[in-house]
Ligand binder design. Structure first.
Ligand SMILES: [Zn+2]
Length: 895
């Protein structure tokens, strides 16, 4: 009889890297073609090429790898395309910082060509780090197909896309009000601006009517923009100001004359009811200016200092100008008052600095014609967004979409393929670098210095990574992709743009499902930030508890679209789960050889075997159902509960008993243990790939070496990662009788355990019991061994009958599932002492109830935070329940 043994403890340090390399070397990450099966494809959201791993990466890897491993096990040709993003601003900033630190030089000092070269060198040095870290998370993506947004093929795709949109009139160059980031010295798109609520001031001042002492009062939060005003607007029905419409007034200090205009946009209730109009530095004013044909005055240089249009304030920083101008206006008697004001300050998502609306010549994509098909695709159900509530958000954004500013004044990125002729000023936009002007044939050409917004190239990601614009076999085979899985924070930045560009260039939605996961917060629900010091580093967590524990925590803690609060304690708990998997496997592997008994086969299955096998069938169906609903977290929780709560805690305990005597039931137990463990490891693999693969390899080896060992339907595959997903059985195959019978036995055992714990009976003591089981007497008699073992009853003094049981006086009565059980504690109950003990406990509980009732009746319930009040209420309910139970027990003692 062969003996199988495994190391006592699971050492993930020993396992994870080895298994990952093994999978990779065996080519399991490549799609395996199966005729007639629809491929399952995910394009990985490309992390920033020089970025470092954070929990957001861990989340998407865990979720996408789960889907990928599930489909691979289903036998679908499965492809996960990895890659990284050049991340224009982020990378350029890093290299600039490094340049300044190491050589004390700016990018302007070394020049564009040298700077770009340096950035490529930087990428070569640090670019591999993030992808190595993704491997550590267990990402089973096809690294042979790895792409980079700036590589040759993708650059070709970007240029093709740009030229096509330009030729269709969907890309244009124009001078408009854009968001200017003065520190980065580049335009940024609307999406890259975040509004933060901040305390500011509202400044009230006088707009003097030309040739008069009278004035219109106006308020602003940015006084320096007064210098760029080109009108004052009032509501046409406002009696206070109607007389001034058509007159002119004087810009303070500069004394430029500007008209007083009427516009129904003006809100008479807000501020003074009169608006200063600065079309050059405010989006709403820009619109009004367009309607009234007002001139636009730009006040700012690219570094946010004032330019010559600011007159005496030229050269000052915007904030210095604000102070100086206001002081001058005070002296001139033009100010009224200032007051504190809560305002929405636009800040750059990248640099955090205040963004200035500014007039500038940039490139734009006309979005409305692209948005329409993207709306249709979701409306018609060709693309489904999970969770569904984000569909509304998507519609709302696309229905109100504005043109997208795509040019950036950066050096790191895809350069705009437009050339200007120095001789005739014509512009040539071309796929290949032109040598001559398309108008006059001059070779005196200059390429547009700007690069494209990073999101332009990532918007092409699902098809550019498969070879587009070339019709490669990958493109034909794996496009459209299946699921786009990402955080809800980039629904607009990325997902909506991929849908628009995918439909425009390929005529097909780039994926049929968008799955959005939530953000990860700390255990108290706060955003993780360096300032709060609550950032959890996934690498540290993996070092301490293993990759599986981190993945399982992220996956089971998540529901689609909702934020998750991550606590390290929970990761530690899931490390214990990995150990539980290991220990259960050790037990099963250790017993694999015991199946070798006479007579063989067939193995005989007792009730517990039939029950755990039927439960396994139920769990498989349930997991499949939940997977189809994208309820991955709930599916994980169910397998976890089944594995720990039923398989390990109940079934393995009983199986150990069956193994002892040898024979057909031992063989049945050995087979059932192996079969259920095999199923569980398959179900758990997408959640915790490493421990399951390692355990499964041991199980497989033991079962194969044992004579007459268990073998799965269709035989053992070579590795769990490519093993078949458990088959869902038909409803009719389910052994309902075993389920019902065993659940009844479980109820009786649980009730006995509860009472033992309540009464403080020594958990190890084997005590006598009398059971009046009615119609279930035969069942309980058959399960006598299980009852005795799991409820710690004395088998020699366990009496089971249909009725007519005569328990001795003083026995403790229990009712479970209409079965009466009487227990006898070894020491006879000392009624007096027991009554005293119960009496004391009752008084204490009653005091608690009185105290909490008074507390919750008082002002506390209204003043205290809701969660504290809730806690006290729960405490009250708990003590009330205790009072009831203690009263019952006392009554029992009296009776
Ligand atoms: Zn020309």
């Amino acid at each position: 009889m062969p003996e199988f043994s495994m190391p006592k403890t699971y050492d993930f340090h020993q396992v994870e890297q080895r298994l990952y390399e093994k999978w990779s070397d065996a080519g399991y990450f490549r799609p395996r073609l199966q005729p007639g099966r629809q491929p399952f494809v995910i394009s990985m959201p490309p992390p920033n090429v020089t970025g470092e791993l954070h929990l957001g990466h861990a989340m998407f890897v865990a979720m996408e790898d789960l889907m990928i491993r599930y489909h691979r096990m289903l036998g679908d040709p499965t492809l996960w395309v990895p890659g990284s993003d050049h991340a224009g601003i982020a990378t350029q900033l890093q290299v600039e910082k490094d340049l300044l630190r190491t050589e004390e030089r700016t990018r302007e000092e070394i020049g564009r060509e040298a700077f770009v070269e340096r950035t490529w060198a930087w990428k070569a040095r640090y670019g591999g780090m993030i992808t190595r870290q993704l491997r550590r998370l267990g990402a089973s993506c096809d690294w042979e197909r790895e792409r980079f947004t700036l590589d040759e093929g993708l650059s070709r795709a970007v240029r093709e896309a740009f030229v096509r949109l330009y030729e269709k009139g969907l890309i244009y160059r124009g001078t408009y009000l854009i968001n200017w980031s003065p520190g980065l010295k580049t335009a940024v798109s609307d999406l890259e601006v975040e509004y933060s609520e901040e305390q500011g001031r509202l400044y009230y001042f006088k707009y003097r009517i030309a040739g008069s002492e009278e004035f219109i009062p106006v308020a602003t939060t940015r006084p320096e923009t007064i210098l760029g005003d080109t009108a004052v607007a009032v509501h046409p029905d406002d009696d206070r100001y109607r007389q001034w419409i058509g007159k002119t007034c004087l810009v303070p200090i500069l004394k430029r004359t500007i008209p007083v205009i009427q516009d129904t946009y003006v809100d008479r209730e807000f501020g003074t009811g009169a608006l200063k109009i600065t079309p050059g530095h405010d989006p709403a004013d820009y619109e009004i200016g367009q309607r009234h044909g007002l001139p636009i005055v730009n006040l700012l240089n690219t570094d946010a200092t004032m330019n010559e249009n600011a007159g005496p304030y030229a050269g000052l920083d915007r904030y210095a100008c604000r102070e100086r101008l206001w002081a001058d206006m005070q002296r001139a008697g033009l100010t009224i008052k200032t007051e504190p004001y809560q305002m929405q300050v636009p800040r750059s998502q990248r640099g955090g600095e205040v963004v200035e609306p500014m007039i500038s010549t940039q490139w734009f994509v006309r979005m409305q014609p692209l948005a329409e098909p993207a709306l249709q695709a979701v409306r018609r159900g060709e693309i489904r967004i999970v969770p569904e509530r984000f569909t509304k958000v998507y519609f709302n954004w696309l229905e109100n979409i504005r043109d997208w500013c795509i040019s950036r004044q950066l050096w790191w990125g895809h350069r705009i393929p437009a050339w200007y002729c120095e001789d005739c000023e014509a512009m040539t936009v071309a796929r290949e670098d032109p040598s001559r002007c398309s108008q006059c044939g001059s070779s005196n050409l200059r390429q547009d210095p700007d690069v494209l917004d990073t999101w332009f190239s990532s918007g092409l990601w699902p098809f550019s990574t498969l070879g587009w614009p070339v019709s490669t076999s990958d493109l034909r085979m794996y496009y459209p992709t299946s699921v786009m899985e990402t955080g809800y924070d980039i629904l607009f930045f990325w997902v909506a743009r991929m849908i628009m560009l995918g439909l425009e260039f390929t005529g097909k939605p780039p994926f049929h499902t968008v799955y959005l996961h939530g953000m990860i917060r700390d255990s108290q629900g706060r955003k993780m930030s360096k300032t709060l010091g609550n950032v959890i580093d996934p690498l540290e967590v993996m070092d301490e508890f293993g990759t599986d524990a981190l993945r399982l925590t992220l996956l089971t803690g998540s529901t689609p679209g909702n934020d998750i609060n991550l606590s390290v304690d929970r990761v530690e708990g899931n490390r214990n789960f990995a150990n539980k998997v290991w220990n259960a496997t050790r037990l099963v592997v250790g017993s694999a050889g015991r199946a070798e008994t006479e007579p063989l086969p067939p193995p005989e299955r007792v009730l517990a075997d039939r029950w755990i096998l039927a439960r396994a069938q139920q769990v498989v169906s349930e997991v499949n159902r939940l997977f189809h609903l994208h309820q991955y977290g709930e599916a994980g929780r169910q397998v976890y509960d089944y594995f720990w709560g039923e398989f390990a805690d109940w079934y393995l305990e009983l199986a150990k008993l069956q193994l002892e005597p040898q024979g057909a039931t031992a063989s049945g137990a050995a087979h059932s243990m192996a079969a259920v463990l095999d199923t569980c490891l398959r179900l758990l693999h997408p959640f915790t790939p490493f421990v399951t693969e390692e355990a499964w390899q041991r199980l497989r080896e033991a079962c194969q070496l044992a004579p007459h060992g268990y073998a799965p339907e269709g035989g053992w595959e070579e590795a769990l990662i490519v093993a078949a997903w458990p088959r869902v059985s038909a409803e009719s195959e389910l052994d309902l009788q075993a389920l019902a019978s065993f659940q009844l036995v479980q109820q009786v055992i649980s009730a006995i355990r509860n009472v033992r714990a309540e009464r403080g009976i020594d958990p190890k003591a084997r005590i006598p019991a009398w059971i009046a089981a009615g119609d279930e007497a035969a069942l309980l008699e058959q399960e006598r061994g299980a009852l005795a073992a799991l409820a710690r009853l004395d088998p020699a003094r366990l009496q089971i009958a249909a009725r007519g049981i005569q328990p001795p006086p003083g026995a403790i009565p229990i009712v479970a599932a209409n079965i009466e059980v009487f227990l006898m504690a070894e020491q006879p109950v000392d009624r007096v002492a027991e009554r005293e003990r119960l009496g004391r406990e009752l008084t204490e509980a009653q005091e608690q109830v009185a105290r909490l009732e008074a507390l919750l009746d008082g002002p506390f319930a209204e003043r205290a935070p809701a969660h504290i009040v809730e806690k006290e209420r729960a405490s009250l309910a708990f003590h009330q329940e205790a009072v009831r139970k203690l009263q019952d027990q006392l009554a029992l003692l009296e009776g």
